[in-house]
Design a protein around this ligand. Structure first.
Ligand code: ZN
Length: 168
């Protein structure tokens, strides 16, 4: 993408975000030569297929992702808007990977990575659904993996910690 000011061919992306309808990505770029800023508008061909556990495929649908995350965030301090922007962020992440297909588990792992940063309770709930924990130890390991600065629950590594999370 040539700089519209000096025609230099290299620029760096300073910001990427979705258009309101989610069908395009706007990128703020800065020319590496003249430092002028400009915006590029990319439309996307989002035909990612999700490979389910039973081996069947279905189209990736952002609404479905939103509903899944929303369910995990119920009764937490995560707002509707936050879930929406998280959903956009994850969708943009998927697109940037230029995948044609993604396994359910892989998609779940990506969502968990994002949820982990914003809310412990939502993260654990989501992890329970996606990882299909076999026992409490796996759940506790998931809690242990949550970063310390995220929430004080980490200092309380027992089952009660799950409930204590509500007050942190
Ligand atoms: Zn330039």
């Amino acid at each position: 993408m040539k700089c519209p000011f000096c025609s230099f061919e290299e620029s760096k992306v300073t910001d990427s975000r979705f258009s309101a309808d989610l069908y395009a990505i706007k990128r703020r770029r800065e020319c590496l030569k003249c430092s002028q800023r400009f915006t590029t508008f990319e439309t996307v061909d989002l035909t990612i297929q999700v490979k389910k556990r039973d081996g069947t495929y279905e189209d990736f649908i952002a609404d479905k992702l939103f509903n899944g995350i929303m369910a995990a965030c119920r009764h937490t301090r995560v707002s509707h808007d936050k879930v929406k922007s998280l959903c956009n962020e994850i969708t943009a992440d998927l697109m940037s990977r230029q995948l044609r297909e993604i396994a359910t588990q892989e998609l779940g792992a990506i969502v968990m990575k994002y949820l982990q940063k914003i809310d412990t309770v939502a993260y654990i709930r989501f992890a329970c659904v996606y990882k299909r924990f076999k026992d409490i130890k796996e759940i506790l390991d998931a809690i242990d993996s949550v970063k310390e600065d995220n929430c004080n629950i980490i200092n309380n590594k027992n089952e009660d910690g799950l409930y204590g999370a509500k007050t942190c």
